[in-house]
Design a protein around this ligand. Sequence first.
Ligand code: PEP
Ligand code: MN
Length: 333
Amino acid sequence: MIVTLTEGVDAGIVRDALAALGLWTSPFEGRRGSVQLFVHSHSGDVDRDALLSVPGVADVSEPASRHPRVDALSASVKIGDVVVGGDADPVLMAGPCSVESERGIHEAAERVARLGGRFLRGGAYKPRTSPYDFQGVGTTALRWLREAADAHELLVVTEALSENSVDAVAEVADLVQIGSRNMHNGALLDAAGRSGRPVLVKRGMAATVEEWLSAAEYCLAGGAPSVLFCERGIRSFDDRTRNLLDLGSVALLRHVHGLPVIVDPSHGLGRRDLIPALSRAAIAAGAAGLLIEVHPDPGHALSDGPQALTFDEIESLASDLFTPLSFAVPLTG
Ligand code: PEP
Ligand code: MN
């Protein structure tokens, strides 16, 4: 239930009164600056009349959804000087899976900028399935990434892997990435929100769309100025591609929810040969942009080599896709 408080009433006193009824409350700002509370009971239905009888409660309603802040978002976000979503042209975010060396990330930045990319990607901290795999260079790589991006007027998107690293990441990132494995990590989502940076919320590999929207709600409730969604494929029974790239969710977010969503075909497919085809499909489905892994020598990449495009491959994809947008479908959302 949602409770709207009488104007000017002390919200703490009302929350105490509701707590005395065994109810959990969580405040948020409602329309026209009113204070509202999410009211939740673990032990049964919340009685509407009981709520209305609490002094300071002006109104009681059913919530339209569990993510009011997400529902209030607009179809586009502005990050730095780049608009992502809405009627803006699709945006390319590209770079290596992990930031491996200073020279390598500078080379990547130069190439990404040259082909019209606006964001440089690259992980300083890598979420790996095995603890014995390359875990990323760490903090030093954050500095390399920022310097390389600055040298070529690119924005930075990079992953915060844990609450410990959020502040260091937020210091260099224009867009803080929450990885698929962490989409359910409420404490990290909250910390990313508190960093004050826009957050890129990658879909968990077994997350429903509703859970994905709630993950973004965590970031916004924590204080994030904006969020951007990223579809990166979900687990399926078939292992011919690394994941099942769910373009249905992209159309749903864009055309039904009116939200900005980008697509990561690299993790979605796990193989470079299919990335151009699915990149086109993603834009046609309503993606506001693409997040693509690229490496000068994929055979020697320290992570995700099989899905990395070479610079020449991404150049031909970008020239094909980002000018002019013959595949874009008129947006209805
Ligand atoms: C990444 O983009 O570097 C990454 C690890 O992706 P995901 O969290 O989608 O697996
Ligand atoms: Mn990767």
